[in-house]
Write a protein that binds this ligand. Structure first.
Ligand code: UDP
Ligand code: MG
Length: 313
């Protein structure tokens, strides 16, 4: 029998996880019973609440449940990688613990791969209902920007919820980079992908771990991971300014020769100095971003550290 691995990354989800498990089991029994095997891999991403206890309890009661517990919070990207590396199934799905990724879609996703010959099925939400409007605005801007700047296509509203074949997952885990931006990685590997659309669902319990600042940093991460266009922009601005200053120098020389040299223009001079040094700092910052990422990659630190798994209980 073929096996589906369900990977769920959890950070402070003591309330949501039991609800998730219940709903997932309901869907499994209703749609997949006697047809496919299942394994659940819960990844505890250094939760500060009782998430790990919940996982241990579920693992004791149900042999389908496995868990991986990190030594601290490494972030969702690391948790997803740990799950993908541990998964043994022929089909692998990634889900959130908060039921924002409805397990009920799984059957349709599975059929799409089995019957229509796709390699991965992604999901995207068509509405951003229940999200602060300012956040939706910046999210849209981000997707517009990154798609202009990168060859890898990023789909607006795409969630991490997806079902993949073993082959796709093997390709994804073959990419060992430290700065992981999954939305890009899933699309980078290619394969035939179908997108299912659904309305945004609000979380069942707990609250979102994404602050505006975290999202901003995530956006910068995505841009530096999948595009070098910012470096080109710095170079172009630099070149443009060289050109302008060259023209201005010629203009000033001619003006001095014709009209003499009355000293004036102090305020405009200061403005120009500020402007140009601002642009220099900005460009240095852009270069610094890439350098920092390179530095982190080169250190080759582990992407996550496992403290215990279901084998330890
Ligand atoms: N998550 C995680 N590590 C983190 C932050 C979040 O594993 O550092 C998990 C979280 O438990 C949830 C999923 O990632 O299962 C999505 O998080 P959240 O619901 O906060 O994000 P949103 O749905 O608002 O994008
Ligand atoms: Mg959520």
């Amino acid at each position: 029998m073929e096996k589906i691995s369900v990977i769920v990354s959890c950070y402070n989800e003591e309330e949501s996880l039991p609800l998730f498990y219940e709903e997932m089991e309901r869907v499994r029994k209703a749609d997949f019973e006697n047809e496919t095997e299942f394994e659940y891999i819960f990844v505890n991403d250094g939760s500060k609440d009782k998430t790990l206890e919940v996982m241990k309890k579920l693992a004791k009661e149900d042999s389908k449940v496995r868990f991986i517990s990190f030594s601290r919070n490494f972030g969702k990207e690391s948790a997803m990688l740990a799950g993908l590396e541990a998964a043994e199934g022929d089909y692998i799905t990634l889900m959130d613990a908060d039921l924002q990724d409805p397990p009920a879609l799984l059957r349709e996703m599975y059929d799409t791969i089995k019957k229509e010959g796709y390699d991965q099925v992604g999901t995207r939400r068509v509405t951003r209902k229940g999200e602060p409007p300012i956040r939706s605005f910046f999210a849209r801007m981000f997707y517009k920007l990154i798609n202009k700047m990168s060859n890898v296509e990023m789909v607006d509203g795409a969630r991490d919820y997806r079902l993949m074949t073993r082959q796709v997952v093997d390709s994804i885990i073959s990419m060992k980079e430290y700065n992981r931006f999954s939305k890009g990685l899933f699309s980078f590997v290619g394969y035939k992908t179908k997108w299912l659309e659904y309305e945004n669902v609000e979380r069942v319990a707990g609250e979102t771990k994404w602050s505006f600042w975290k999202l901003f940093k995530y956006a910068i991460e995505g841009i530096t991971a999948f595009s070098t266009v910012p470096l080109v922009i710095s170079s172009v601005i630099g070149l443009l300014f060289c050109l302008i200053s060259f023209l201005l120098i010629i203009l000033i020389i001619i003006k001095t020769l014709v009209l003499g040299d009355p000293t004036s223009g102090w305020p405009s001079m200061i403005c120009i100095i500020f402007f140009v040094s601002g642009i220099q700092l900005f460009s240095l910052g852009v270069i610094g971003q890439y350098l920092a990422k390179t530095y982190l990659e080169i250190k080759q630190r582990p992407i996550y550290i496992i403290k215990e798994t279901e084998k330890d209980i």
